[in-house]
Design a protein around this ligand. Structure first.
Ligand code: KMT
Ligand code: NI
Length: 173
């Protein structure tokens, strides 16, 4: 895992690094409510899932080989800024990719993930996902019984969502 400020350069594919060269500390991610773990052993994931009452999981592979013609479309869709009314947990099993999360000042922080990285995005944080220029990631998605993580795209209505408001309140941002 490495986190850094996104460079906001336009006209460059979302899958490029967009590295401003300014690092973001793990501690700052924690302040945003974003938690990071490195687990080589799936038993550690089982423990975390049990503690947070996650009961189900699946594996998603995002690649042109797996998705065929819809790959490019999916990659664009994952990159729409959105939030969920529940936390989002991803455990990377293979490949690489980026989660971008909004900072207190509404800037993008880019989080680069690889195999054995596990990330927890809190409910209500605006974020987006993309593969990188290798166009391949495999991730475990953890679900509670009834996940409420339909993507809610950013806009005036979602800005008023109670989970968004609660997020801003608990983070003091
Ligand atoms: C997400 O939350 O955007 C996804 O599930 C994308 C694939 S998981 C790395
Ligand atoms: Ni999401």
């Amino acid at each position: 895992m490495r986190a850094y400020w996104y460079d906001n350069v336009e006209g460059v594919d979302q899958r490029e690094l967009h590295d401003s060269g300014r690092e973001v500390a793990k501690k700052y991610l924690a302040k945003l409510g974003v938690l990071y773990y490195r687990f080589a052993d799936v038993a550690d994931v089982d423990k975390l899932a049990a503690e947070r009452t996650y009961k189900n999981r699946d594996i998603i592979t995002v690649s042109p080989e797996k998705m065929g013609d819809v790959y490019e479309e999916k990659v664009k869709m994952f990159f729409n800024e959105h939030l969920h009314e529940d936390e989002e947990i991803r455990y990377i099993r293979d490949g690489t990719g980026f989660f971008d999360v909004r900072s207190e000042g509404d800037e993008w922080v880019r989080i680069q993930l690889e195999k054995d990285d596990l990330i927890i995005l809190p409910a209500g944080i605006y974020h987006r996902f993309t593969t990188d220029s290798n166009n391949y990631i495999q991730a475990m998605r953890l679900f509670k019984e009834e996940p409420k993580w339909t993507p809610l795209n950013r806009g005036p209505v979602v800005d008023e969502n109670p989970y968004r408001k609660e997020y801003l309140q608990t983070r003091g941002v």
